[in-house]
Design a protein around this ligand. Structure first.
Ligand code: F6P
Length: 322
C-alpha cells in the first residue's frame, strides 16, 4: 500500500477534523501519500481529490465541521455508481480508502470493498451516536454539550417567566441526544423519535411540577420524521389542557462548534488506528469504541442503525424531575 484516500460523508460532526489530522499525520509517518477527497462520495465521483501534506491539517484540531467538507450522496446506493467510484480510485492510484461517517456512509464503503476489493477503514462520525457495533461516534459529546448549554439558558428565562418550553433536539431516528440532554438538564419529559407522543403524560408531568411549586418545565423532543412535531405538541397542550408553551428548535447549532476533549481524544485515536491497521494488511474494519478503548472490528458489525434505547434513562428523567 502506497497511498490512501480520505473522505467524510453524511452529516458533519465536531471532531471530524481531529480524525482527519490523525489519519493524515499517521499515514505520512508511515511513508504513505494521502489524498483528501472533498465533499464525500459526491466529490469522489467528480474526481475532487487533492494531495494532503503535514501542514494541510495544521491548526484544525480545535475546529468543528470538516476541512474536507461532506455531502449526502444517495446515488452511491447504486452498484453502477460504486463501480465508477472504484475506477476513479484505481485511476488515481489510491490503494485504500478511509471513510469518516455514519451507518449509511459505512454501507457504501463496505460495498466498495466487497464488490471491488478496495481496502476500507471506517471511522464512526455522527452526532447521533447511532451506529451499531460501536459505543461511541465522534461528535456526540460536543453536540450533547451544545444542547445542554442551550437548554440551561432556556431554563433561565423559563423560570423567570414561569413558562413551559418544548425544546427540539436533533436525532431524526436516534434517541441518544434527546435522552442525554433530558437527563442532564432535568427535563420534565422526553419525547423520543418514532415513539407515540403521549400528550396526557406530558401534560401530567407539567401539571405535577406546577402543583409542587416549580416555576418552569422543559420538554425535550427528538426531531421526528415529519417536521413540526414540537408545534403539534404545543397546540395539543393548549387545546386539551390549556397549557401555554413555547417551542425552541435547536437544529444545526448542534452539529457545529469546537470539539470537546472527549471528541478530540477519541477521534485522534480512531484516525491513528485506522492507518496502523491498514498498514498491517487489514482491509475491512471500523475503528469502534468499546469498553473505553478504540478497537478495530469487522465492518459487518457496524452497518446497521442503532435506534434502541435503554428504558432506564426515561425512568431516570422521570424519577429525578418529580
Ligand atoms: O448527522 C445526523 C443528523 O444531524 C441528524 O441528527 C439529523 O436528523 C440529520 O442529520 C439532519 O440532516 P441534514 O443536515 O442533512 O438535514
Amino acid at each position: 500500500m502506497k497511498s490512501i484516500g480520505l473522505l467524510c460523508s453524511g452529516g458533519d460532526s465536531p471532531g471530524m477534523n481531529c480524525a482527519i489530522r490523525a489519519v493524515v499525520r499517521t499515514a505520512i509517518n508511515e511513508g504513505l501519500e494521502v489524498y483528501g477527497i472533498q465533499r464525500g462520495y459526491a466529490g469522489l465521483l467528480e474526481g475532487n481529490i487533492k494531495k494532503l501534506d503535514v501542514s494541510s491539517v495544521g491548526n484544525i484540531i480545535q475546529h468543528g465541521g470538516t476541512i474536507l467538507q461532506t455531502s449526502r450522496c444517495p446515488e452511491f446506493k447504486e452498484a453502477e455508481i460504486r463501480k465508477e467510484a472504484a475506477h476513479i480510485l484505481k485511476r488515481k492510484k489510491i490503494d485504500a480508502l478511509v471513510v469518516i461517517g455514519g451507518d449509511g456512509s459505512f454501507n457504501g464503503a463496505y460495498k466498495l470493498h466487497s464488490e471491488h476489493g478496495i481496502p476500507v477503514a471506517g471511522i464512526p462520525g455522527t452526532i447521533d451516536n447511532d451506529i451499531s457495533g460501536t459505543d461511541y461516534s465522534i461528535g456526540f459529546d460536543t453536540a450533547v454539550q451544545t444542547a445542554i448549554d442551550a437548554v440551561d439558558k432556556i431554563r433561565d428565562t423559563a423560570s423567570s417567566h414561569e413558562r413551559t418550553f418544548i425544546v427540539e433536539v436533533m436525532g431524526r431516528k436516534s434517541p441518544a441526544i434527546a435522552l442525554h440532554v433530558g437527563v442532564c438538564t432535568g427535563a420534565e419529559n422526553v419525547v423520543l423519535p418514532s415513539e407515540k407522543v403521549n400528550i396526557d403524560e406530558i401534560a401530567a408531568d407539567v401539571q405535577r411540577g406546577v402543583k409542587r411549586g416549580k416555576n418552569s418545565s422543559i420538554i425535550i423532543v427528538a426531531e421526528g420524521e415529519k417536521e413540526g412535531l414540537s408545534h403539534e405538541i404545543r397546540e395539543n397542550l393548549k387545546s386539551n389542557y390549556s397549557i401555554d408553551s413555547h417551542v425552541c428548535i435547536l437544529g444545526h447549532i448542534q452539529r457545529g462548534g469546537n470539539p470537546s476533549g472527549v471528541d478530540r481524544f477519541i477521534a485522534s485515536g480512531m484516525g491513528y488506528l485506522a492507518i496502523k491497521n491498514l498498514m498491517k494488511g487489514e482491509n475491512s474494519f471500523v475503528t469502534a469504541y468499546r469498553n473505553g478503548n478504540v478497537v478495530a472490528v469487522p465492518f459487518t458489525e457496524c452497518l446497521e442503525k442503532k435506534t434502541e434505547y435503554l428504558p432506564q434513562y426515561i425512568n431516570l428523567v422521570k424519577t429525578l424531575s418529580i
